[in-house]
Design a protein around this ligand. Structure first.
Ligand code: A3P
Length: 314
């Protein structure tokens, strides 16, 4: 058995489950009032026999969500964690708790990949982190949901966000024009989304009204690039999973300039994220970057104190 085959031979689902499971024979009634605090109504549909004994594969609501932040490295975390045999993840972003909530939980559940009882279900939608209603809606689905937030220096994140928008709409104003109300006075426009998203503490305070901090795990977007195995080790611990994804799964791709996933020989090429991940950023003057660092400093300090981690963004 060669090295890669040995790694992937370990990738078989285990039997224990790290989360309390929603019962397999319960269904959810229509969410007539999506914003009600009561949440969806559970309704028994069998006479107590285990559905999973009949068909072990089913669509379950997610046990864990990658809720943000946009341009933090959320796609990398999703693609890395889903190679774990005990994780099944939705590849697209369902936007249920922000744009599609009116469609109801049955719609949402139907989008999820089928899982065995031993597997957890995961989805990622980075806009949840900055959506005011999202924490309440998620806690009404399940108050034991685990939440993953990938955070990155808010200045770099804003530039990355702007670079992405510019790639789609080349006629937008310059970064400086959007970032400042008055650039000579250094007055930052915190109403611009690219700036607002990076004021992490403001959004986090909203989440902490509905979830305990211990239900949230913060991934460093910077360390995800320099030490993907270390960051993914902590994600696996947080999800209660065996540490199966290790440094053996990654290699640094010099052309891409980022870590990529190794693949077993039988499955073809190694896997890097797509072209929209790891773009060359637009050039921003040093002075502008320093003004933004200054702007974010108090928000960052409060954020570090609250989560009990220093992400070293100075
Ligand atoms: P840039 O394109 O600005 O470099 P998201 O998936 O949340 O939109 O985040 C995109 C960011 O993920 C990229 O931003 C990139 O820096 C980061 N990233 C982290 N690990 C990566 C990897 N292995 N490959 C590509 N991009 C990665």
């Amino acid at each position: 058995m060669n090295g890669n085959s040995a790694i992937y031979a370990q990738l078989v689902p285990s039997t224990s489950h790290p989360f309390p499971r929603m019962p397999a024979c319960l269904t959810f009634g229509p969410v007539s009032s999506p914003d009600s605090d009561r949440g969806p109504k559970e309704e028994e549909v069998s006479d107590g026999k285990s559905c999973s004994a009949l068909n072990p594969w089913r669509h379950g609501l997610p046990n864990a969500l990658i809720v943000g932040v946009k341009k933090g490295g959320t796609r990398a975390v999703l693609e890395f964690i889903r190679i774990h045999p005990d994780v099944r993840a939705l590849g697209t972003e369902p936007h249920f708790f922000d744009r599609n909530y009116d469609r109801g939980l049955d719609w949402y559940r139907g989008l999820m990949p089928r899982t065995l009882d031993s597997q957890i279900t995961l989805e990622k939608t980075p806009s949840y982190f900055v959506t005011r209603e999202a924490p309440r809606r998620i806690s009404s689905m399940s108050h034991v949901t685990k939440l993953i937030v990938v955070v990155r220096n808010p200045v770099t994140r804003a530039i990355s966000d702007y670079t992405q928008t510019l790639s789609k709409k080349p006629d937008i104003p310059t970064f400086e024009e959007l970032a400042f109300k008055n650039s000579s006075l250094g007055v930052v426009d915190s109403s611009w989304n690219a700036i607002r998203i990076g004021m992490y503490i403001l959004h986090l305070e909203n989440w902490l009204q509905y979830f305990r901090l211990s239900q949230m795990h913060f991934v460093s977007g910077e360390r995800l690039i320099t030490d993907p195995a270390g960051e993914m080790g902590r994600v696996q611990d947080f999800l209660g999973l065996k540490r199966i994804i290790t440094d053996k799964h990654f290699y640094f791709n010099r052309t891409k300039g980022f870590p990529c996933l190794k693949k077993p020989e039988s499955s073809g090429q190694p896997r890097c994220l797509g072209k929209s991940k790891g773009r060359t950023h637009v050039q921003i003057e040093r002075e502008v970057i320093e003004q933004l660092q200054e702007f974010y400093r108090p928000f960052n300090i409060k954020f570090f104190e609250t989560v009990g981690q220093d992400f070293k963004w100075d």
